[in-house]
Design a protein around this ligand. Structure first.
Ligand code: NA7
Length: 568
């Protein structure tokens, strides 16, 4: 059956009347969403528009998810601000002004608060509510969601929007408990922490560490950076957006969103039509120079189309970027340590930076290569590095772990999801997740994932990707309600087909071979190094087409069970 969007909204009263007529016990809510970040807020807005009974359970004390939690110095996004806002409300687009090309965290959080206020979202969100478990009740066709404060909330459909990077991980360093200063993960940066004039250690040089290091280098007395494998970074080229430019941006929103819509990752940057060798070496060097000197991810995502797929093409670009690092870092020994040797440019997430490499030219900044001199232990006054008798003590006041996250599936693992026949999600996904379209997994009926592994939302300009999934999910659930479907489950065949497809597209990109959070690599979690398929690398355009076909064909990948009719 071909799905038609609902002409009007399906009210809870109609549902309740239907339920009463059929004599079945109704859950408290039709929908519970876990998470009030960028995605959960938008799905909530769309469900409220439909007039259904919905609540959001949010761990934090306010909206914003990632932007609520990440308070570390230098926190800002690498997406152009004007591509980061929601696109669904012309009024919202018209009234909001971005002050910088790449807004810092406080501004983004202000924006999300403005959205929550404007659309009265807060009254539907239960804050400081930690979900600890959720069990599928087959008898009553509902989820029983348990919260840390001992409550049980029942819902027909359970949606997850818990963020991709919301479970921080750090190494268990011996002696850490003896440290007399402050030790913290960037995700838990306290409001009152001021690093000015302090001796600071930063462990980890991913996008987070790079932002922290660049920002605090000239504020602290001493900064020691502990680096394992360096990342390839490129300049952000941030700048203010004046009133006139903002007015032009507002006039061009249709064009901006169209560009994002047509690009594989939802950014305004999209790959060049040309291959690296379609032009002369001089021409490509000139193009790389131009991209390196332009704002944002162009050098990564707007480059020749084979640079992230073909090793030879990638190697040439990689050498160009290495040359930039050598130019920018004065000490050649330090420069070599900052140049990755284990992966090519862009095969891991590229941190964008502002004077990151120049930080290492400062006399108060030291780079410790942990591959040469590993951390031996933490002492009451700092960090001891080195092996055997060859040790050195580095005294610090603050230790910052920028050591990343249990990405994508971590947020699922810490909730005890129990599906059909007692199957636990964390067991089912122990060797890696399996999903269809990233929205459902077998044995977990009525569990609808918005920010799920293998969906379009991972590894893209997040608001663009989550709008895609919410804009698909909303008519999907309208269809379920319209047809009085009380149980929806993806078929094993559809799940296998999606896994095969994800594997096939991943195989074409170099990124799926590099060890990073995109492939589930995390040295602080005890599990094997086998790459996990967390990300869908087939691109947003293809993802959107595939899920649209699914809808147009009447959702053949899902088994739908209608409510039993009342026996007269
Ligand atoms: P990332 O990108 O996962 O980076 C984590 C960094 O921490 C990375 O340099 C790791 O080195 C390093 N790390 C991890 N464990 C250790 C230990 N045990 N010792 C020393 N160094 C360690 O996380 P981020 O928070 O920077 O960024 C995550 C995303 O947030 C980012 O992609 C954006 O989308 C926003 P390794 O690579 O393992 O050698």
């Amino acid at each position: 059956m071909v799905n038609e969007p609902l002409s009007g909204s399906l009210r809870i009263a109609d549902q309740a009347a239907g339920a009463e007529a059929s004599g079945r016990a109704e859950p408290e809510y039709q929908f519970v969403i876990i998470g009030a970040g960028v995605c959960g807020m938008y799905q909530l807005y769309r469900l409220l528009e439909m007039g259904v009974k919905v609540t959001v359970l949010e761990l934090n004390g306010d909206v914003g998810g990632t932007w609520f939690r990440n308070r570390y110095p230098g926190c800002r996004f690498d997406s152009e601000s004007f591509t980061y806002g929601y696109s669904f409300s012309p009024e919202l687009l018209k009234e909001w002004n971005w002050s910088e090309r790449f807004a810092a965290r406080p501004e983004t959080l202000r924006y999300l608060n403005h959205v929550a206020d404007k659309f009265n979202l807060r009254e539907h969100i239960q804050f400081n509510t930690k979900v600890v478990g959720a069990t599928w009740d087959e008898d009553h066709l509902q989820w029983r969601v348990r919260t840390e404060d001992g409550r049980e909330i029942t819902t027909r459909f359970l949606m997850t929007a818990m963020g991709m990077l919301s479970v921080p991980t750090s190494p268990r360093l011996p002696g850490l408990e003896t440290f007399q200063g402050r030790a913290l993960h960037t995700f838990d940066w306290p409001e009152d922490l001021n690093v000015s004039g302090k001796r600071v250690a930063v462990i980890g040089t991913g996008s987070t560490g790079v932002q922290v290091i660049s920002t605090i280098a000239d504020q602290v007395e001493q900064l020691t950076v502990f680096q394992l494998d360096p990342n390839w970074c490129a300049p952000l080229h941030n700048g203010p957006i004046g009133a006139e430019e903002m007015a032009q941006i507002k006039d061009s929103y249709d064009e901006i969103f169209r560009r994002c819509f047509e690009s594989p990752n939802g950014f305004i940057h999209r790959p060049d039509r040309r291959h690296t060798t379609d032009v002369t070496r001089e021409e490509r060097l000139a193009r790389w120079e131009e991209l390196y000197n332009s704002p944002g991810f162009g050098i990564w995502l707007g480059n020749f189309r084979d640079t992230l797929m073909d090793e030879a093409a990638n190697a040439e670009l990689t050498e160009f970027i290495a040359g930039k690092i050598r130019e920018r870092v004065k000490d050649p020994v330090v420069a070599e340590k900052l140049i990755p040797k284990d992966h090519g440019f862009g095969t891991k997430r590229v941190p964008l930076e502002t004077r990151y490499y120049e930080a290492y030219n400062r006399s108060n900044v030291e780079l410790v290569d942990l591959n040469e001199t590993p951390i031996r232990e933490v002492t009451p006054t700092g960090i001891r590095i080195g092996d055997g008798e060859n040790t050195r003590d580095i005294d610090v006041d603050i230790i910052v772990f920028g050591t990343g996250f249990d990405a994508v599936t971590g947020a699922f693992d810490r909730i005890d999801f129990v599906g059909e026949n007692g199957v636990r999600l964390r067991d089912k996904w122990a060797a890696g997740p399996d999903t269809a379209f990233g929205v459902q997994t077998t044995a977990f009926p009525n569990l609808l994932m918005l920010v799920g592994p293998q969906s379009g939302s991972v590894g893209a300009n997040f608001p663009r990707a989550i709008e895609d999934i919410v804009n698909w999910m909303t008519p999907f659930v309208s269809y379920l309600l319209e047809h009085d479907i009380v149980r929806v489950a993806v078929t094993p065949e559809a799940e296998q087909a999606w896994l095969d497809h994800v594997a096939e597209v991943n195989d074409k990109v170099l990124m799926s071979k590099a060890k990073s959070w995109f492939t589930g690599f995390n040295r602080n979690i005890a599990r094997d190094d086998k790459p996990r398929m967390l990300v869908y690398t087939g691109g947003a355009v293809r993802y959107r087409r595939l899920v649209a076909e699914e809808a147009a064909n009447g959702y053949p990948s899902f088994t739908m069970t209608p409510a039993p009719q009342r026996v007269p």
